[in-house]
Design a protein around this ligand. Structure first.
Ligand SMILES: [Zn+2]
Length: 203
């Protein structure tokens, strides 16, 4: 038995309720529709679609996606750091999970938007999360007294540590490379959140 999906139900209902085409109104402003756009299953008029697209462009979505991406990268770095410290294994494979979460979070915050800026930031965040995790591990094993000055001095290591790790093991190159590439590929497509225009059937 296949259950009808929620979107399927909405679609059917919309079709069956289609008395005269002119009775259809924009879900945002209520204007009568002759042609329409679909925004999250709702029918909206071309004017509202234009406004919505202008307010919700790929560029407008970037700060939100970046913000959530940074938070997820920090969370991922913390998880990887804890994993290494608690188990004693490096297990770079965790990085792939971190990359998956970062890309997914950014996609959600971008409302499906993607493109070069998203790709570069997602890939960089995955890479840097590895560096942050390993910097944490280094500090964990270090006998130096932890101070803000020391942290600032060590911060460039976040950029170089993943390279050093990859230098030591071909497996790490493959895994970290795969993780970075996954983030890059996930953020490639710019999916328009609004589809259309569609013509209303007049018959
Ligand atoms: Zn409208």
């Amino acid at each position: 038995m296949s259950e009808p999906t929620v979107s399927g139900i909405q679609f059917n209902r919309a079709e069956m309720g289609a008395a005269p085409a002119s009775a259809k109104a924009c879900a945002r402003c209520g204007a009568a529709l002759t042609s329409y756009y679909l925004a999250a299953q709702e029918m909206i008029c071309p004017n509202c679609a234009q406004t919505e697209l202008a307010n919700d462009s790929a560029t407008a979505r970037l700060p939100a996606a970046l913000g959530l991406g940074v938070l997820t990268a920090l969370g991922g770095a913390l998880a990887y750091y804890l994993f290494i410290v608690l188990t004693g294994y490096s297990m770079a494979i965790v990085t792939i999970g971190v990359a998956w979460v970062i890309a997914r979070a950014m996609r959600k915050a971008s409302h499906g938007r993607g493109g070069t800026a998203y790709q570069v930031s997602a890939a960089l965040l995955v890479y840097l999360s590895v560096g942050i995790a390993w910097l944490g591990v280094g500090l964990h094993h270090s006998t130096l007294p932890l101070s803000p000055a020391l942290l600032i001095r060590l911060l460039p290591l976040v950029v170089t540590l993943p390279l050093r790790i990859m230098e030591h093991s071909p497996l790490e190159i493959v895994i970290i490379g795969f993780a970075v590439l996954h983030a890059w590929r996930t953020m490639r497509l710019d999916i328009q959140p609004i589809q259309g225009p569609f013509q209303l059937k007049t018959s």
